[in-house]
Design a protein around this ligand. Structure first.
Ligand code: UD1
Ligand code: CA
Length: 465
């Protein structure tokens, strides 16, 4: 069956009270519209048309170019019926699947169920409905005594009698044959709202005696986002679904209520995730890792047996097997950490590669550095990579030992196996195997403290007189 898809995404989203178009509001790190696109993509449609209007340029820009979407502008936002009619001109022959851009929980499984029913029953329109009338604001499906669908009435226009009698709600997901599209012309402007409601086509087609029906699907799948609270609810459902999937694959969540995991994240077996943790973007975490509380890992790849200690941030970085990072560490983008590396308290790295077995245990800044294997970076070491205009590289070869509180003024190279004495300011390359020392020779002034006290005493005596 050849299918085209129309996603309605032009609406204002007034109830969000936002300057951002509603469909761009994020659900676990991605615009909600992207979820609808992903769900329909798996059906391999001939074409995906997105009807845009409010914030059209921003919406176009934000969606992935790889999805090869066709955008169509609805100039005046005259309602869902008008939105589909606008897309009509672009449609190819065959059935059209229509869905709202504000329903990010829709699944391919549910869409396939609708398509199957539609084919089996040879309807000219089929749509999804659900049976949870505790959810406000949805259209109500009107059925006659025989159970035949007769129309849809919007919640805000439904009489109290209709509300009492009809508990089946409209999901906003429809499939229409080309023949049904002709009836779009018959939709009249709603007097109260001034909009053309797509839902009115159901009544029209029913009166024409054509085959149509609604099919119940899980209420969760078609939840719409109309305000900030619903944005939270939908995000929370997706968050839970994601965590349950990971638990089934062998991941422990100490408190799933306070872990925020994007659906794009993968986590290996027997990894333990502590509370108040954020795993975001295309993050991959290996087996047997521990992610301690307060950590955020964004778009990063962790090997197996990695320990992320409390309050650590890892962004767009890579960490090899068996390494331990934190507490209170910050791996900024493009930090490539080898295996069995230790990055300790208050260490910040940026655009640096750090070889296997290297340790930077305390209070360091390692930026634009290439650091070899088994290097010891003493507490307080700083790579001075920036002269106010340009960034420069520091190279530290394998086996080097950098004494505490050293500044390595880039560009500079510390040779293999060499030592930098504590407190050094290194401005010249250090050849392999040597010691770099740059400090004033220490003097010890004997009895200096006693002499100082005597001077102080006599001064204060004078002041009192
Ligand atoms: C709509 C349905 C309602 C259904 C609910 C399911 C209508 C009249 N009502 O209500 O029966 O229960 O969805 O979620 O269809 N849009 C446009 N152009 C417009 C107006 C809206 O593209 O001129 C888009 C919006 O961006 C949105 C979608 O259509 O993505 C639905 O619009 P919305 O205003 O959210 O409709 P609901 O009131 O939720
Ligand atoms: Ca809606």
């Amino acid at each position: 069956m050849k299918i085209s898809v129309v996603i309605l995404a032009a609406g204002l989203g007034k109830r969000m009270n936002s300057n951002i178009p509603k469909v761009l509001h994020e659900v676990l790190g991605r615009p909600m519209l992207q979820y609808a696109v992903d769900a329909v993509k798996t059906l391999k449609p001939q074409k995906i048309i997105v009807v845009i209007g409010n914030g059209a340029d921003a919406v176009k820009k934000r969606l992935s170019a790889e999805d090869r979407l066709s955008f169509i502008i609805q100039k005046k936002l005259l309602g869902t019926g008008d939105a589909l009619a606008t897309a009509g001109k672009e449609l190819k022959k065959g059935a059209v699947l229509v869905l709202n851009g504000d329903c990010p929980l829709i699944t391919t499984k549910t869409l396939n169920m609708l398509i199957e029913k539609h084919k089996q029953e040879k309807n000219i329109i089929s749509f999804l409905s659900f049976a949870d009338d505790s959810m406000p604001g949805y259209g109500r499906v009107l059925r006659d005594e025989k159970g035949k669908v007769r129309g849809i009435v919007e919640d805000k226009h439904a009489t109290s009698e209709e509300k009492k009698k009809f508990k089946e709600l409209n999901s906003g997901v429809y499939i229409l044959e080309t023949e049904a599209l002709d009836y779009l012309d018959g939709i009249k402007k709603n007097r109260a709202s001034g909009e053309y409601y797509l839902t009115d086509i159901i009544g029209i087609v029913s009166r024409e005696g054509k085959r149509l029906n609604a099919y119940i699907c899980p209420a969760e799948d078609i939840r719409g986002v109309n305000n900030r609270w619903e944005l939270y609810e939908v995000s929370d459902i997706l968050r839970r679904r994601t965590i349950v999937k990971l638990m089934d694959r062998g991941v422990t969540f100490v408190d799933p209520n306070t872990s925020f995991v994007h659906p794009s994240v993968s986590v290996g077996k027997d990894t333990v995730i502590y509370p108040n943790t954020y795993l975001e973007g295309d993050t991959k975490i290996g087996d047997n890792c521990i992610i301690f509380p307060g950590s955020r890992i964004y778009k990063s790849i962790l090997g197996s047996g990695v320990i992320i200690k409390d309050n650590t941030i890892v962004e767009e970085s890579k960490i090899g097997n068996g390494s331990a990072i934190g507490p209170f560490a910050h791996l900024r983008p493009h930090s490539i950490i080898g295996c069995n590396v230790k990055i300790g308290n208050f260490v910040e790295t940026k655009k640096s590669s750090i070889g296997n077995g290297t340790k930077a245990s305390h209070l360091s800044y390692l930026g634009d550095a290439v650091i070899g294997k088994d290097v010891n970076i003493g507490a307080g070491t700083i790579t001075c990579n920036y002269d106010g205009k340009n960034k420069f590289q520091t190279t530290i070869e394998s086996g080097a030992f950098i004494g505490s509180d050293s500044q390595l003024v880039a560009p500079v190279k510390i040779g293999k196996g060499s030592y930098v004495a504590a407190g050094a300011t290194v401005t010249k390359d250090v050849p392999a195997g040597s010691l770099a020392i740059s400090r004033v020779k220490q003097q010890n002034l004997k009895n200096w403290a006693k002499r100082k006290r005597i001077v102080q005493k006599s001064r204060s005596a004078k002041v009192r007189k």
